[in-house]
Design a protein around this ligand. Sequence first.
Ligand code: APR
Ligand code: PHB
Length: 398
Amino acid sequence: MRTQVVVIGGGPSGLLLSQLLHVHGIDSVVLERKTKDYVLSRIRAGVLEQGFVNLMEQAGVANRLRSEGFKHDGTLIAFEDESFRIDFREHTGTPVLVYGQTEVTRDLYEAREATGGKIIFNTDDVAIHDADTDTPCVTFTVDGQQQRIDTDFVAGCDGFHGISRQTIPLSVRREYEKVYPFGWLGLLSETPPVHEELIYSLSRRGFALCSMRNENLSRYYIQCSLSDNPDDWTDSAFWNELKRRIPQEFADRIVTGPSIEKSIAPLRSFVTEPMHWGRLFLCGDAAHIVPPTGAKGLNTAASDVHYLHNALREFYETGSSEGIDSYSQNALARIWKAERFSWWFSSLLHRFPDQSDFDLKMQRAEIDFLRTNKAAQKAMAENYVGLPYCWVEPRRYR
Ligand code: APR
Ligand code: PHB
């Protein structure tokens, strides 16, 4: 078999990349280790930057997102019993769109299927060969049969635990990591959201987040210990703890109900450099992870897809390899800023086990500065709605 681009991983990065390549007449094959149902059972954040929405438009996959997504013009930040609002529209002229990542992935699968996209599920032993030459190939097994695809390029969209990043030799690769000493316990329930916008809350007992999927589906999180087991948290223990961590007016109003999902996610900041080796390009979680505070995971993946599909398009349309040569530099320039924002927002809103009295005063002062200072609010809003996609070097394709 032969194709122009082998995409490893059928998560949102791989599917969006493959769909955008298709729109520009570039062939790809997606290899996914799991089944479609498995991929669609993962519950992830649901806040989309405008840049992501634009890419979905370009990919021709934005109909449902446009009709069912909820535009949010701001968010609430709560500290102990007080809350204040950051107005995205006032500061940036742009809202964010609340639409679950599971739905994004479902829409992308439908679009790939409708446009004849080739996706091979249940692939094992995927291996990338000769990525540092102009004739790479990818081998894998499916249904017990070994297969080989010859290709021009390989896009490593296989998430944090994938094989693509490991293919880049250690002599070339440098990894940066920060692991946070707590997790998020998340609960999904078929109840109306407590408020029409998200509430990010810091209390003496730790962080809490009130989020949503739609009018009757709410997603809540509380900071928890990494040694906690979600099965040890009864629904009522969760609701009680959540209520103690948000201002009283919301605690009084919250509608509780049985959980339909409950899980613990660790918090990590991670970046690998470079994101390009020969004809192999990393995209999304394969190259970087952010803590979920600020919901940048999917949005940073989309940013890579923006740079990579434009670079590949430039290569096939003009023969120039300028875009692919500078992919890593361009992608990383934006990724590090999203990493900075997610790290800052996480540091602002969590209780850390080793926080001194001085650290607590600093955290309180920082929140108070954000509450009262328009410039600080504008900086926060610009980062939350998403920094622009720009090229480090001026480029033709935007
Ligand atoms: N071969 C084939 N597929 C693989 C392999 C492999 N060796 N290893 C992993 N995969 C698949 C996984 O099963 C998964 O479906 O790659 C996909 C990677 O998807 P994600 O982990 O969702 O990563 P990505 O597409 O980059 O999406 C980034 O989604 O994961 C969230 O928090 C993340 O929001 C962020 C966004
Ligand atoms: C979510 O809805 O799951 C969500 C929203 C915002 C975040 C993180 C998660 O910052």
